[in-house]
Design a protein around this ligand. Sequence first.
Ligand code: ADP
Length: 570
Amino acid sequence: MKLNFKQRLFFYFTVIFTLSIIGVTIFERNKEKVQKTETLEGILDVYTTTISSFLSKNPTDNFSNLDSLVSLFPSELRVSIIDKEGIVNYDNTIKNINILSNHAQRPEILALKTSNKGTDIRNSASKNQAYLYYAKDNGINFIRVALPYNINTKNLLKPDNSFVYFILIIYLSVLFLINSIINKFGKSVTQLRDFAIHAKVIPSENNFSDNELDEIGKKLTENYLLLEKSKNEVNAEKEKLLQHIHNSKEGICFFTPQKEVEFYNGHFIQYLHLITDSEEGNPNVIFTDKAFEKLHLFLKNSTANFLDDKISKQGKIFHLRLVFFENKGFEIILNDITLQEKTRVLKQEMTGNIAHELRTPVTGIRGYLETILTQKLEIDKQLYFTEKAFLQTKVLSELIQDMSLIAKIEEAGYTFTMQAIHLKPFLEQIKEDYTLQFTEKRVQFTINIPEECTIKGNQNLLHSVFRNLIDNALRYAGNDTNITIYLYNQDADFCYFSFYDTGKGIEDEKHLSRIFERFYRVNEGRTRDMGGSGLGLSIVKNAIQIHGGTIYAKNRKEGGLEFLFHLKRA
Ligand code: ADP
């Protein structure tokens, strides 16, 4: 049977207290017995001393006159006179003393060799009865008195029982006290234990009173509540972090110092699939797959705290980052940087293109001005070169305008405010602006759009779109051509337009998808001379995209180039 804490405590206390009480009682009873024995021995000593002094005053051989003295003593008192050889010379209770054996070896007689008195309790050999013997040496004989060790003597020697009763009452009272103290103490301990076992059931602070144990309980409760609070806060933070990691576009995986997977998100596995062809969905594949050779070498040899690497696979570029934590655990982050890389390359190309485009007009201007300055030219020649230089500055400023517009569309497209635009009057206005050019080139511009056609657009951008398309038609389709714009379809969201000229179109169709790229020209030398910046269609495409549309170019079978695009309805 398993005792609980209270029962055990009660048991231990009871055992200790009982042993102490038994010890005290035994000691006290022994002391009392010794005292009582000493008292009895004192009485017996009075008899022996009286006999001794009687014998010294009345010397005799056969102790016959001793009877008169002994008769004065209590009747049950046995008196024996034993000589130094152990022979009993007188015994008031035995008629024929000659039958008595030698008494030299009796314990009370033997004790006299070392002490001045000898005592013993035993059965008498001659009287067949228990006696309390007391012997003394008077120098000539051993004087021995004895009382029958009967109920009376026993009672006399028996310690007083009132002490035992008193001790018993104390014992029971103390046991009761121990029990109630343990009950009180045990209540606190039981509460603490219950609290420790079922830590979720938080004891109210009021359940504890004011003793030290309860103070410990209170403090434990306080600390526990504090710990719980911190734990909850840490959990909330952890939850946020995990959610962030789950929603992150980066593939993230945490590893223990022993390279065991702790946590990973979906993107990590997705990127591993792309890089390794492994379908297991196990992040550990990163430690075996060849694509991660640099990582393996790093984990083997390097003492650095982090690794940065790029991995190209399946036409994609991934950035791998490994960062060690303080406990030597680490995280691996995989990121698809294909787009960033492409943008970076594109930007690099763009810078090269811009430099190239700027160089042409600047070189021209420089050449013309140099000619004017270094050669003694007639005034009309000087004017001719100045005009040429001026035209080049126009090209330069158009290029700069186009570049800044395209940069604005790409980087801050959201800043263009949209409004409802009635497209027909809008185009009529543009047509009017071009009257001179159209007349010069004998070009017919037809607008075939219903009056009510309204789109959601930005005026400036749409202006750029149609000016660039018209400029291109004028430039590449040539004289005596037609330009038409018409609405060929509309649905709930969009209006679909066709813008075409009746020129030659683009002979080699491979160029058709590329003419929207920046600085892309079908015929590099010839079209440059025609004055375009190479950014026109790129601006058109980006502007239409900002309007939620797309644009495609195709050659018309009747001849000429056709642009199909759609714009959002207002
Ligand atoms: P550019 O400033 O050179 O005109 P664009 O981006 O406007 O640059 O046009 C790209 C190329 O597309 C032009 O160089 C030209 O070769 C071709 N192109 C554009 N519009 C037409 C058109 N209407 N007919 C034929 N070719 C065209």
